[in-house]
Design a protein around this ligand. Structure first.
Ligand SMILES: [Fe+2]
Ligand SMILES: [Fe+2]
Length: 292
């Protein structure tokens, strides 16, 4: 089990920031030091080199990362990939970097804004062969991938409850054109086994925050959940989903809840009231999770 003193997470990209010298963008990226592992979980949206700027301001050395994990293919999580790889190539002396993701994360995916039925492109916005020129080594896998004894990237997350759904707004390109994607199979979360219980790192949690936590328990064999951090995809969800999520998080007795990105502002505020400041925190750009 990882000791908490050996875990440090710095949020590099998020919709909001609390550090006046950093920049915000719609998206997510979290740099995770877990023992000897240096993981970049998502890369933000790629606007104007924000991830590089914020990493510099926050003292995160992106040339030292061991791998990049993509939570899913959406642009707001993968857009900064080329910026990061240019840094690892040119400042990291031609380093190769593994890119770990689900194969579907590299697909052409779309989104629409109901009631409009018109889809716009919202998927992976790079040419993989160009990224390979910058040192990317794509390792796509549907199953869970253990980085070491304590850190695992999820496999396909089972949807087992009656209140979490992916929704109706996403589309995926097939030979028959763009069809609705109500599965979002490419979602990958990160689970860390610590002495205090699991740390569950979420990208967008398109397959549901609670489904993901249950998958973390199943995958690791550990019941205690210490922390949930990242995008919980609770923005504008029906009341039944919101109350069911809160009830389950309370039943699990989580110790820290750091929400980001697609959680939604009013939903974040509600969680802040429900869980109180000992448990809840806003996980914005410049938030550092450290226990030293
Ligand atoms: Fe997403
Ligand atoms: Fe997102």
């Amino acid at each position: 089990m990882l000791e908490l003193k050996d875990l440090r997470m710095v949020t590099l990209c998020e919709n909001t920031t609390t550090n006046p010298f950093t920049l915000a963008e719609w998206g997510l990226s979290i740099h995770i030091e877990a023992g000897k592992e240096r993981i970049l979980y998502d890369t933000g949206a790629g606007s104007k080199g924000i991830i590089l700027h914020n990493a510099d301001v926050l003292g995160v050395d992106l040339t030292a990362i061991n791998e990049i994990v993509l939570s899913h293919g959406h642009q707001d999580h993968t857009g900064g990939l080329k910026d990061v790889l240019m840094r690892t190539k040119y400042l990291g002396k031609n380093r190769k970097v593994d890119i770990l993701c689900h194969p579907q994360a590299l697909s052409e995916v779309y989104v629409r804004s109901p009631p409009s039925t018109e889809y716009w492109y919202f998927g992976f916005s790079h040419v993989p062969s160009e990224l390979e020129r910058f040192g990317a080594v794509f390792k796509t896998k549907r199953d869970a991938v253990w980085l070491n004894d304590d850190v695992v990237i999820s496999g396909e997350i089972p949807m087992t409850n009656d209140f979490e759904t992916v929704g109706e707004v996403f589309g995926i390109k097939t030979s028959e054109g763009i069809i609705k994607d109500t599965e979002m199979m490419d979602e990958k979360s990160l689970y860390i086994k610590t002495e205090k219980g699991l740390v569950v790192v979420l990208g967008c949690a398109h397959r549901g925050t609670i489904n993901t936590i249950h998958d973390a328990q199943q995958t690791t064999g550990i019941e205690d959940v210490y922390m949930v951090i990242g995008g919980t995809h609770l923005a504008n969800v029906p009341e039944y989903r919101m109350t069911s999520t809160i009830d389950e998080l309370k039943r699990l007795k989580i110790k820290r809840l750091g929400v980001s990105h697609c959680t939604g502002q009013k939903e974040s505020a509600r969680l802040a009231v429900e869980f109180g400041s000992d448990i809840f925190f806003f996980n914005n750009v410049s938030t550092v999770v450290s226990h030293v």
